[in-house]
Design a protein around this ligand. Structure first.
Ligand code: NDP
Length: 247
């Protein structure tokens, strides 16, 4: 898988929703999925960022995307119901869901964590991911082969001091993926996690402000794994947590 080379039409006729598509890894995943033929639905908090990605996709001649500005921190059941209804009306099905949007919050000892920050992190990184997956599930059922990918982290597999609520949210992500994956079993839907590993984005810069950015992989360098999990070549992969940067 780590050297997976996607054929140029790997995602043709697929509709894929990416959360956090305006920046960082989500932006590059959206551009890459569009390059490989997918119609992408760009969901994110900042409309202007989504519009820039939209323009990049259109200017490159890839399939016309759609934009969904939504702050997942305050999003309600009705927001997700409306989203599902719009996708149903426009596309009839959903082939892929990349649950990528997350927030880091502040790092520090758990002894001193801020309760409201903790709640915001859980809302964006866990509850919102569960909600969007639940409400889009009927549309994923309608695709011939659907893939849901949650975004994990090294600190979601082994506890690490001072990573506090963010690490807890990523453990929850791994657990959510495993639970869901067992429930979908051998259906048309598969559910996996991806761990990007240290990547040159603004989230990484806020966690490690003094780090040499040039020592980090760029989001573009991770796309082999992101493509693999969305293409039908991973049809039989379910319940796995995959590293985008092999050791
Ligand atoms: P960035 O901070 O660069 O991008 C995060 C994206 O999520 C942005 O597009 C942001 O939108 C969006 N987002 C944040 N909050 C919300 C919200 N409330 N509603 C909707 N969208 C929101 O992060 P990365 O690209 O670095 O991270 C992507 C994923 O990879 C995350 O799940 C992260 O935990 C994970 N990861 C990253 C690593 C790294 O080294 N970069 C390492 C391990 C895991 P906006 O810009 O509009 O705020």
């Amino acid at each position: 898988m780590h050297y997976y080379k996607a054929p140029a039409n790997a995602l043709q006729n697929k509709t894929i929703l990416i959360t956090g598509a305006g920046d960082g890894i989500g932006r590059v995943a959206a551009l890459t999925y569009a390059e490989y033929g997918a119609t992408v639905i760009l969901l994110g908090k900042t409309t202007q960022k989504l519009e820039c990605v939209y323009d990049e996709i259109v200017n490159a001649g890839y399939p016309q995307p759609a934009i969904v500005p939504l702050d997942m921190r305050g999003a309600t059941k009705q927001n997700y119901r409306d989203l599902a209804a719009t996708i149903e009306q426009q596309f009839g099905k959903l082939d892929g869901l990349l649950n990528n949007a997350s927030i880091l919050g502040s790092l520090g000892p758990l002894e001193h964590f801020c309760v409201s920050t903790f709640e915001n992190i859980m809302k964006v990184n866990v509850t919102a991911q569960a909600m969007i997956t639940k409400y889009l599930f009927p549309l994923l059922r309608k695709a011939p082969h659907a893939s849901v990918v949650f975004t994990s982290s090294g600190v979601g597999r082994k506890g690490r001091e001072f990573w506090g609520p963010y690490a807890i949210s990523k453990f929850a992500t791994e657990g959510m993926m495993q639970t869901w994956a067992q429930e979908v079993g051998k259906t048309n839907i598969r559910i996996n996690c991806i761990n990007p590993g240290a990547t040159r984005t603004s989230m990484r810069a806020s966690a490690f402000p003094g780090e040499d950015k040039d020592s980090l992989k760029t989001p573009e360098q991770l796309m082999s794994a992101y493509l693999y999990l969305m293409s039908d070549d991973s049809q039989k992969v379910n319940g796995q947590s995959i590293d985008a940067q092999p050791k």
